[in-house]
Ligand binder design. Structure first.
Ligand SMILES: [Zn+2]
Ligand SMILES: [Zn+2]
Length: 761
């Protein structure tokens, strides 16, 4: 990987053992030639693997003997750009302990300098225009180094040797404070100015590593409410940044796994159980039992907390609703107009936008929810060699994937493509990833949904072969790929929306699949979604859809308090639409089932962000302990099974009538769904003999379902595989699409005359 201090490390290692030779980046990776005493050469090799710098990763070392040549020095040769240099660009890395110490040391020449960095830390991916990773190819190119910085940069013994973003007060980027119109505010210390505004309860847009954040004091309820109202009252939770792990312990339950992830160099936002004593303002994450929390990762962030003025700051993406995060100064002023009171900006350009990553901590490391800054552009390592394929993902929470050899490169989070800004970002990401990786795809893989923007784009590509991949098949293939599985598995793909091979909306699917194809072994029953998209925004419509489907006109007689708030005419219309199938597409979506239960229980009738009802339904469970599960039906159909919900509604409605608390209803629902899924998977095993199960799809962000179902299946003798390295939601789709396309290109599936390979259901 470039920019992680590997070459200077090798230089020092060779020098200390009196070895001559050189190091350079080549097409096959890093090549090192050393010459000297045999014992010294062996010693060099031994330490090469053991002492490599923290950010480097050695995948393998091969050695061979060379004839002796006349030379006396060890040198670092220039990296050869262009043709096939396959050393990777590093992700952005959190400020290291050495740089932090220097920045807080009054005698240091970089005292309080917000852009201090070295080879062990700092920006990489977000400041690179193209390869090789040299200063000239980064947004630091416009800052010629002062003699002192240059001397550090040239000295192999210095921590800043070849640190491309190396800079100081004299030669590097500077902060600037601007008002809401973008006019520069004259002040000696823009950082102090910004802190004052934050203390006064104002909203400050802060330029970070991969984009702007909107910041307010997280403990000031008035300030947080102001930000929420300006962000159009959307209820999506805000992340908070705290100065260190000790501070995090005031807000959340922190165990060892959480501590490791919080303090990791990737510094993702970690979703952690919130303490009831947490002093954070209620509006930070309304209706949530978890908080998204992260630690400072740039020197600028550390300076925000250095004077102890705040114990937590809201740091939410600088955007409006689902637009991509703003990155350029003028763009931010324009796009965040009316949201921010002040702008803390700087003159180092962000070349590539990259949101904060969002993860859960697990004993094995992280479980990705949104894989972005800190992880991208590191590849997912694959088991087998693969052809060059570009997969363009889905529609919401889009990522793309560029695959070649044994590596799959997923892009950062690109957003919801129905948003024009996000679509532009999608186009940029396709170009940029191909540039920095020098991969030219021969095949483009896409979703089957004809209306997705990603599908549209793919279908405009005429020079490549296209492969359409069914949404849930892609989810399962993604899970298989990161777990290095081959052959057939049972795949449980649960989510909100995915286009089925029968044109209906799938989402509660049990597949028998390998990379090349799949068979639909079982699914949730089809029910009408009255009003189509409107039923996604308004879970109450979905509840009426389910009830009208199962009980017809009786809906009116149901003793549901929330039902009385909706006009009789509206309900009649929905019942008629459902019964007569007018503008009511069929769906087997698991997300819609969660929506209907949440609405029926009175938890959430209308949502302002994706999966809100499901998240709140899970949170409503609280510490309920009743373990009587709601019943589901499991009926044979077409050689498979259909999971029916009529018994669920009958029991749930009786519970509502009896005044059973929401927490207990939520628990019984979760328990019942888990039971019927486990039972279905066992039936599929009985029929096929397969005992490996892959769990994927956005529903598995539900902690109860993912952990309890995993242990239930494991105790029934299944090998259970989940998604960790890539998201289980649609952010992980592109990896699965690429793997399916690779298998189909290898001719393992029937190709239809239109050039698209379809799954063989
Ligand atoms: Zn450093
Ligand atoms: Zn300097």
């Amino acid at each position: 990987m470039q920019g992680v201090g590997f070459r200077p490390f090798v230089f020092r290692l060779a020098e200390s053992r009196n070895l001559s030779g050189h190091i350079r980046n080549t097409a096959s990776g890093v090549t090192i030639e050393v010459q000297g005493e045999p014992s010294a050469v062996n010693d060099f090799l031994l330490h090469l693997g053991q002492e490599a710098p923290p950010l480097s990763r050695i995948t393998n070392i091969t050695t061979r003997e060379l004839p002796v040549v006349p030379e006396t020095e060890f040198s670092i040769l220039h990296s050869q750009g262009g043709e096939g240099v396959h050393t990777l660009i590093s992700p952005d890395v959190a400020l290291c302990a050495d740089c932090l110490r220097e920045m807080l040391e009054p005698a240091d020449r970089r005292y309080r300098y917000p852009f201090i960095n070295c080879t062990n830390c700092g920006p990489r991916f977000t400041i690179v225009r193209s390869i090789p990773y040299d200063r000239a190819q980064t947004s630091m190119a416009v800052f010629p180094m002062c003699p002192e910085c240059q001397a550090e940069y040239d000295d192999p013994h210095n921590r800043r040797f070849h640190a491309q973003p190396n800079a100081c007060w004299r030669c590097g980027p500077r902060l600037e404070l601007r008002d809401q119109a973008g006019t520069r505010i004259e002040c000696a210390d823009p950082m102090a100015g910004a802190l004052e505004k934050l203390q006064a309860g104002q909203v400050v847009a802060i330029k970070g590593l991969g984009g702007f954040h909107l910041a307010v004091d997280a403990l000031n309820p008035v300030a947080v409410r102001l930000l929420r109202e300006r962000k159009r009252r959307v209820e999506k939770p805000f992340a908070i940044m705290v100065p260190n792990t000790a501070a995090a312990e005031e807000f959340c339950v922190i165990d060892d796994a959480a501590r490791r992830v919080l303090e990791s160099v990737q510094r993702p936002i970690v979703l952690l159980p919130r303490l009831s004593s947490s002093p954070v303002a209620e509006d930070v994450a309304p209706g949530h039992r978890e908080l998204g929390i992260f630690l400072p990762y740039t020197p600028l962030h550390h300076l925000l907390f250095a004077q102890g003025k705040f114990s937590a700051l809201v740091m939410t993406s600088g955007n409006r609703s689902e637009e991509p995060i703003a990155i350029a100064n003028q763009e931010a002023v324009a796009r965040l107009r009316g949201l921010a009171d002040f702008f803390l900006v700087h003159n180092r350009e962000i070349l590539l936008r990259c949101d904060d990553s969002l993860v859960r901590a697990s004993a094995r490391g992280v479980r990705q929810v949104r894989r972005s800054r800190g992880y991208v552009p590191l590849p997912v390592f694959l088991k087998e060699e693969q052809p060059a394929i570009l997969a363009v993902g889905g529609e919401l929470k889009n990522t793309i994937c560029l695959m070649q050899g044994k590596q799959a490169f997923l892009s950062q989070h690109l957003g919801d493509l129905e948003n024009p800004e996000a679509y532009k970002f999608f186009l940029e990401a396709i170009q940029h990833l191909q540039n920095i990786l020098e991969i030219t795809p021969e095949v483009v893989a896409h979703d089957l949904h004809p209306a997705y923007f990603s599908t549209h784009w793919a279908r405009q590509q005429t020079a490549v072969r296209l492969v359409g991949v069914q949404h849930h098949h892609a989810h399962i293939a993604s899970c298989m790929a990161e777990n290095h599985l081959e052959g057939k598995v049972i795949g449980l793909a649960l989510d909100g929306t995915g286009y089925g091979t029968d044109g209906k909306i799938w989402g509660g699917e049990v597949l028998v699949a390998d990379y090349a194809g799949f068979e639909r072994a079982a699914h949730l029953e089809y029910v009408p979604m009255p009003g189509g998209e409107a039923a996604i925004r308004d879970p109450w419509r979905m509840a009426i859809g389910y009830l009208a489907h199962h009980f017809g006109e009786e809906v009116h007689q149901l003793p549901l308090p929330w039902l009385r708030k909706i006009s009789r005419r509206k309900i009649d219309t929905l019942v008629r639409m459902t019964r007569q199938h007018i503008n009511s597409p069929w769906t087997s979506s698991c997300g819609r089932l969660f929506d209907a239960v949440a609405a029926l229980t009175g938890i959430r009738q209308t949502v302002t962000y994706e999966a809100q009802a499901a998240v709140e339904l899970e949170a409503a469970m609280g510490d309920a302990t009743d373990h009587r599960a709601y019943p589901f039906a499991l009926d044979p159909s077409d050689g498979g099974w259909v999971i029916g919900t009529r018994p669920l509604w009958e029991t749930l409605l009786r519970d509502l009538d009896k005044g059973v608390p929401q927490s207990v209803i939520s628990l019984r629902f979760h328990q019942g769904l888990m039971d019927v899924l486990a039972e279905t998977v066992q039936l599929v095993r009985g029929r096929t003999g397969f005992d490996r199960v892959c769990l994927s799809g956005g529903t598995f962000l539900n902690k109860f379902l993912s952990t309890k179902l995993t242990s239930r299946l494991a105790s029934a003798g299944f090998a259970v595989y989940t998604q960790n390295e890539v998201p289980a939601g649609d952010g992980g789709l592109s990896l699965g699409q690429a793997m399916v396309a690779a298998a189909q290109v290898r001719g393992e599936a029937l190709l239809l005359p239109d050039g698209n390979a379809h799954a063989l259901a």
